[in-house]
Design a protein around this ligand. Structure first.
Ligand code: RB5
Length: 153
């Protein structure tokens, strides 16, 4: 059976957590698509946020997981892409609700903020939770409409 592919990307600050989460993905039966970085040398977090966003938008991955020091910069970069909803999560509850209410397609984590066990909990909750649909559908649709005049009508 083909495994579901999950894009995985991080800057140097997020690199150690990315390695942990790659292993966790394999344990859970997913196939990580590792988009780097591959070491502790300093790199620019937007490059990796963009790479994960494109992998999801182009259908090379079903979902994405991105890490930087805080999770802030890399999620800002990913969220510049229309159709990407990167959610910066700090615990299993925010990860679950990001999927259930916001149909988040990328999980963002701050490697200097959350410990590895909490990050694993976030990953498991994110992957296990489907979008709730219903009243959340039109709200999620409005996220992209904000870039057009439709948002103020
Ligand atoms: C790198 O030092 C750090 O600025 C980056 O990982 C991230 O936290 C930015 O938002």
């Amino acid at each position: 059976m083909t495994k579901t592919v999950i894009a995985l990307a991080a800057d140097h600050a997020g690199f150690p957590l990315k390695e942990v989460l790659g292993d966790e993905l394999r344990v859970l039966g997913y196939e990580p698509l590792d988009l780097g970085t591959h070491g502790l040398d300093s790199v620019d977090y937007p490059d990796f946020g963009h790479a994960a966003a494109l992998a999801v938008l182009e259908g090379r991955a079903a979902l994405g997981v991105i890490c930087c020091g805080t999770g802030i910069g890399i999620s800002m970069a990913a969220n510049k892409h229309r159709g990407i909803r990167a959610a910066l999560c700090h615990d299993a509850t925010t990860a679950r609700l990001a999927r259930e209410h916001n149909d988040a397609n990328i999980l963002a984590l701050g490697a200097r903020i959350v410990g590895t066990e909490v990050a694993r909990d976030c990953l498991r909750a994110f992957l296990a939770t489907p979008f709730g649909g219903g009243r959340h559908e039109s709200r999620v649709a409005k996220i992209d409409h904000v870039r057009t005049k439709e948002a103020v009508r």
